[in-house]
Design a protein around this ligand. Structure first.
Ligand code: C2E
Ligand code: MG
Ligand code: MG
Ligand code: MG
Length: 300
């Protein structure tokens, strides 16, 4: 019978395993291997302060998965898969955190104030002890080097509204622990989730990142401009900094500046880049090259 003969039961179910399911299982196995073998890559997108000279504040780390054919799979195509397993998203999340912190430590030798933001999946809050797991991974990675600074100094964790909704008390406690270890907290994709504004007040949030969907047309759509201005003012009244995502045109940047927005990130300034390109970017910023984008074409 199927109960005593595993082979027979496998054959029985086999026709039900359609191609999509098999592809998914294969992809999950490959992703697991990729995380274990360090085959994933982080790319880094600059975040600049919206002050004179647009000084560089830091970067956001964005994960990519290099494929055998040389292409890079974007996170939208594998983060949801990783999220289907609490263990897999957790492994990915701690890898991102330790890798990012390692890079940041190198860059901060010459640029002490730089920050590095990493994205947390809402699902990483499902397992208790997120902050402890992050700190344990970081401690294991640092070895005995102890420079006396807080273990997560310079790191920022980006959390979406969805994470706030799952278990507000747990989220609050985990974020408070990460903050106590020197990290800062940003709410990501603000305005697109379903969270109550009450969470904004209860949670320990340092920065509010305004979602790209509102930034996209803010220089030509009065409704988007109204929403972005409201978000900037909300952030300020709560003692938070406002960051605009997805800035592609100088006119968006000028409008954001008039609204008092604190920082900008987007393809207009720079695309996410691999770590090896970051030193050249830092030199370019020191030489003011990032400001060229704002100058009208043809001007010296
Ligand atoms: P996000 O955290 O909101 O990241 C910003 C996304 O917008 C990135 O896409 C970035 O490349 C893109 N972007 C930045 N500037 C512009 C712009 O000017 N125009 C446009 N059209 N897009 C811009 P990416 O790298 O594909 O990441 C997508 C999402 O995947 C992220 O959204 C984040 O939610 C998630 N993600 C990325 N890395 C990680 C990670 O390490 N862990 C987790 N859990 N999620 C991650
Ligand atoms: Mg983000
Ligand atoms: Mg975002
Ligand atoms: Mg976004």
């Amino acid at each position: 019978s199927a109960k005593t003969d595993g082979g027979a039961s496998w054959r029985y179910y086999e026709p039900v395993m359609n191609d999509a399911v098999l592809r998914r299982i294969e992809l999950e196995t490959r992703l697991r291997d990729a995380i274990r073998s360090g085959a994933l890559e982080l790319h880094y997108q600059p975040i600049h302060a919206l002050r004179d000279g647009l000084p560089l504040l830091g970067f956001e780390a964005l994960v990519r998965w290099p494929q055998p054919d040389g292409t890079l799979l974007p996170p939208a195509q594998f983060i949801p898969l990783a999220e289907s397993s609490a263990e897999l998203i957790d492994t990915l999340g701690t890898w991102v955190c330790t890798t990012a912190l390692h890079q940041l430590t190198l860059w901060r030798r010459d640029h002490p104030g730089l920050t590095l933001s990493v994205n947390l999946s809402a699902r990483q809050f499902d397992r208790a002890g997120l902050a402890d797991r992050m700190m344990a991974a970081v401690a294991a990675n640092r070895g005995e080097s102890d420079d006396g600074q807080a273990p997560l100094q310079g790191l920022e964790f980006e959390v979406t509204e969805g994470a706030m909704m799952r278990d507000p008390q747990r989220t609050h406690d985990e974020l408070a622990r990460l903050r106590a270890a020197g990290a800062t907290i940003a709410i990501d994709d603000f305005g697109t989730g379903y969270s109550s504004l009450a969470y904004l007040k209860q949670l320990p949030i340092d920065r509010l990142k305004i979602d790209r969907t509102f930034v996209r047309d803010l220089d030509r759509d009065a409704d988007d401009a109204a929403i972005v201005l409201a978000a900037v003012e909300l952030a300020h009244r709560l003692g938070q900094a406002a960051v605009a995502e997805g800035v592609e045109r100088p006119t968006q940047l000028h409008a954001l500046r008039a609204m008092g927005c604190d920082a900008v990130q987007g393809y207009g300034l720079a695309q996410p880049m691999p770590a090896r390109q970051v030193p050249a970017y830092l030199r370019g910023v020191a030489a003011g090259e990032h400001l060229r984008w704002l100058q009208p074409a043809g001007s010296p």
